[in-house]
Design a protein around this ligand. Structure first.
Ligand code: PGA
Length: 250
C-alpha cells in the first residue's frame, strides 16, 4: 500500500508563494509512489482546488467547526469545505487542542461532521512531554481516541485517519524514537481493534513530528506506520517530495 503523505502548511503562505509551491509539488510528487494531500490555510483552498484538480494530489483543510452553519463568528462549517473540493480535514491538531483549548468533545464533534459530509478526518492525537514523563501515554491516547470513535460509525472507518503526533516532537526538531513510535502506534492499533474490526482494518495511522527527508524512510518502515503528517518540511517542495519517496528529479 502506498504511504499517505500529508503536508500541513499551518499559518504560512501567500497567493504568490503558494502558486510556486503547488507548481513544484505537482511537478515532483509522484502519485504512483504515495497518496499526497496538502493543507493550506482556509483562504487558499480555492487556489489549491484550481491548481491541484486532476493532478492526483488532494487538498485539505487544517480544521473545521464542530458546529453546523449558524451564528459562529470566524468559524468554517464542513459543508463550506465541500464547495472547494476538500477531501481531507485535520481535526484536533495539538496547536488547537493545547493552544486554543479544543476539548476531546469538540474534536470528536468536528470529526463526526467531516465524515458525515463524506470527507476524510485526520484525527491528531498525542501526549505532551509532561504526560509522557508521567507515564500517561496510554491513558491520553485512549481518552482522545475513544471520545472520537464513539461518534463515528464503524462502517465509515475508511474515512478516518489517525495522526500520532507527540506534542513534544512538533516543530522542535526532536523526532520520537523508533521505540516511541512503535509503542504508540501499537497502542492505537489495539484501541481500534477493541472498538471494532472495521476500525482495526481500515483506519490508517500516520506519524507526525519533525519528519524530515533524512528520517522519513526509516519511520515509514516501522510497523503500523501508514504515512506521515508533515509540518515545516511540507513548505519545501524538494523536502516534501523526497519524504514521500518521489522521484529525485530536482
Ligand atoms: P512539524 O509539524 O513537522 O513541523 O514538526 C508536524 C505537525 O504539526 O503536523
Amino acid at each position: 500500500m502506498k504511504p499517505l503523505i500529508i503536508g500541513n502548511w499551518k499559518m504560512h503562505g501567500s497567493l504568490a508563494k503558494n502558486a510556486a509551491l503547488l507548481q513544484a509539488i505537482v511537478a515532483h510528487c509522484d502519485a504512483q509512489k504515495a497518496d499526497w494531500v496538502v493543507c493550506p490555510p482556509f483562504p487558499y483552498l480555492s487556489q489549491a482546488q484550481s491548481m491541484l484538480e486532476d493532478t492526483g494530489i488532494a487538498w485539505g483543510a487544517q480544521t473545521v467547526s464542530a458546529f453546523s452553519q449558524g451564528a459562529f463568528t470566524g468559524q468554517v462549517d464542513a459543508s463550506m469545505l465541500l464547495d472547494f473540493g476538500v477531501s481531507f480535514v485535520i481535526v484536533g491538531h495539538s496547536e488547537r487542542r493545547h493552544g486554543l483549548g479544543e476539548s476531546n468533545i469538540y474534536v470528536a464533534d468536528s470529526a463526526k461532521l467531516v465524515i458525515e459530509h463524506g470527507m476524510n478526518a485526520i484525527l491528531c492525537v498525542g501526549e505532551t512531554l509532561v504526560q509522557k514523563e508521567a507515564g500517561q501515554l496510554e491513558t491520553v491516547l485512549q481518552e482522545q481516541l475513544l471520545s472520537a470513535l464513539k461518534q463515528i460509525a464503524p462502517e465509515n472507518a475508511k474515512n478516518l485517519v489517525i495522526a500520532y503526533e507527540p506534542v513534544w516532537a512538533i516543530g522542535t526538531g526532536k523526532t520520537a524514537s523508533q521505540e516511541d513510535i512503535l509503542k504508540a502506534h501499537t497502542l492505537i492499533k489495539n484501541i481500534l481493534k477493541e472498538k471494532d474490526a472495521n476500525f482495526y482494518n481500515s483506519v490508517r495511522i500516520l506519524y507526525g513530528g519533525s519528519v524530515k527527508p533524512d528520517n522519513a524512510s526509516q519511520i515509514l518502515t516501522i510497523l503500523y506506520v501508514d504515512g506521515l503528517l508533515i509540518g515545516g518540511a511540507s513548505l519545501d517542495p524538494q523536502a516534501f517530495s523526497e519524504i514521500g519517496q518521489c522521484k529525485p528529479s530536482f
